[in-house]
Design a protein around this ligand. Sequence first.
Ligand SMILES: Cc1cc2nc3c(=O)[nH]c(=O)nc-3n(C[C@H](O)[C@H](O)[C@H](O)COP(=O)(O)OP(=O)(O)OC[C@H]3O[C@@H](n4cnc5c(N)ncnc54)[C@H](O)[C@@H]3O)c2cc1C
Length: 381
Amino acid sequence: MESPFFSEEHRIFRKAVRKFVDEELNPHVDEWEAAGRFPKEIYTKLGELGTLGIRYPTEYGGAGADIWTTVVFCEELGRCRSRGLTMSLLAHTDMSSPYLAKHGNEQLKRKYLPAMIKGEKIGAIVLTEPGGGSDLASMKTTAKRQGNKYILNGSKTFITNALNADIFFVSSKTAPEKGKKGISMLIVERDSPGFIIESMKKKLGMHASDTGELTFQNTPVPAENMIGEENQGFYYIMDGLQNERFVACAAMTSSAQQALNDAVKYAQDREAFGKSLSEYQVTRHKFARLQTKLEAARQLTYHAAWLYDQGQDWTMAVAMCKAFCADVANEVADECLQIHGGYGYTEEYDIARFYRDIRLWKIGGGTTEIMYELIAKQMDI
Ligand SMILES: Cc1cc2nc3c(=O)[nH]c(=O)nc-3n(C[C@H](O)[C@H](O)[C@H](O)COP(=O)(O)OP(=O)(O)OC[C@H]3O[C@@H](n4cnc5c(N)ncnc54)[C@H](O)[C@@H]3O)c2cc1C
């Protein structure tokens, strides 16, 4: 369905990203999935394509474009046959660097943002701790001010891009006694003393995305690497997570559309009892039902984008979107794997990988239960 939100410029951009995904990413994903990571030069290539700073000001090398351009980027990246790769790239463009672009001071932006937009420095967002990810206010990592430095201590887990990243956007408590009002965000460089990075292998899915555990042992961080104001980190994170969830929705809906298209093709080609699977009404209706749900997921995502574009509060729309899109995408995964029969349970078709990958989105970036909590709060319940 053609959407009224996209202009000719968006369509040209879509074509360019699609070409990149088809020619530069998809032919290599099996190799990168097996390796558990992908080459860093993908970032510089995407930087050259103008995709790593879509909504950032041109003075830092950004494209100064709108949220619909971000939607196009995510939808096309969602077509990558490794959703882990998509997630890693979005962790750089839309989950970590926005903190710098939105809240960083001029000096910090000049230091890091142009290199992130060129893809020369890769970002990671560092929130979750072994003790829990949903309750961010309970984080234990501390950053104590000592002269012109902060001394970081603590550990973080499930960090996307841990092995590839150069710049880590680390949340910690600068005033532990103040609870969530004592959280700050610091930029920590990869080679900082006492900063240990360990790979977390053997995930269920998202295999091409490198995930790691981080430990900070008296790690000194220059005080000038504080993003925005000290002790405002929790509010920056609550705001930043909206964008993180939003881009995930645009990407996962597109990934699910591709999985559905694949399954339709499979059902048209595969015969059982003398006719193709797609000729059975039960199959046709299944596809029709999934397509309807996917369209609803897409329109909810576009509605959230529209609210953002209008400068309105999109918190509730994004929470609804994240919970709904993740449910629909997982339903598509389950139903479309079933259509493939035994072959769906093998690596011969993309559906098995999609099934594994997409499960993450009920958890990562805030679980479905936490989305319902946010919605209930907005409903004043
Ligand atoms: C592959 C992968 C990549 C990730 N990448 C990153 C990253 O780059 N950076 C980062 O910081 N984190 C990352 N995460 C972490 C992710 O955001 C967390 O896993 C997620 O927020 C949930 O936190 P948790 O795992 O500690 O679960 P918990 O918070 O322990 O929750 C466990 C269960 O309890 C439920 N629950 C918790 N509180 C409530 C409540 N109030 N009401 C009802 N149910 C509740 C949850 O919904 C969940 O089902 C990643 C995770 C994975 C698996």
